[in-house]
Design a protein around this ligand. Sequence first.
Ligand code: KIV
Length: 293
Amino acid sequence: MSTTPETTAASQAVLTAPAIQARKDGEKICCVTAYDYPSGMIADAAGVDVVLVGDSLAMVVLGHEDTLSVTVDEMVHHTRAASRGVRRALLVADMPFMSFCTVERALETGGRLVAEGHARAVKLEGGAAVAPQIRALTEAGIPVMAHVGLTPQHVARFGGFKAQGKSAEAARALIDDALAVEEAGAFSVVLEAMPVECAALITESVSIPTIGIGAGNVTDGQILVFHDVLGLFDRFLPKFVRRYAELGAAGREAMAQYCDDVRRGRFPADKNTFYMPEDQVAQVRKIKVKKKK
Ligand code: KIV
């Protein structure tokens, strides 16, 4: 493809929530999570459209069992760090568990993620039940990405990280949830871990983009967790993940090599070492050092 100044400008234009919303039925929307400056920078430089500071950071960065214990302060801290690495992509921050259980709390959390974290949109889990929060945030000027299906903040109610919408009745409920979040003003909706038939029905029913994770190849976009894409999270590998690199294994190998070099005296080498100017070497050798007893 030839690159004219217009196409270069268009491909580098900062992506906004309305620009992502306008991609319904258009070019697929590519999303990934990131949690700090380097991961934000890597995702952005690779041309990712939406960078989500997901509450999955509780598991893949902070080492918790699930996503429930990450705090608003931690989300603000990580969003702020990621924002320094993200130039073009839309930066979305997740609202953590119980931080949006009332409209007031939702406005407070959303306000902090935008004003202090520099997110340009927020994501929250839930369907019809959180429609008032979505409406209030949107009216306050904070674009909202919704999230239905396997919503990890409800893991206790689901009895584990289990796919949702597997029966016709369950699928109907998810469609209703997706319609409710659209009606409340969400600019897009994540569909997590559900049969492809259910994701296809939702994608046809709503006029906002659907972003799938474990929802088949029928959604308007896809999202994966940064550490899953790069092979940096080993605790489990969901069926819907494709690893594009094995950086965990490469990192362990590199660290073992470093330890070996230190132990065998091969690091630091000459080129990693500072030397004094010749005339100072003679002087420094004259310095008498008293050994401490
Ligand atoms: O927290 C997260 O990473 C998410 C995505 C997987 C959608 O919610």
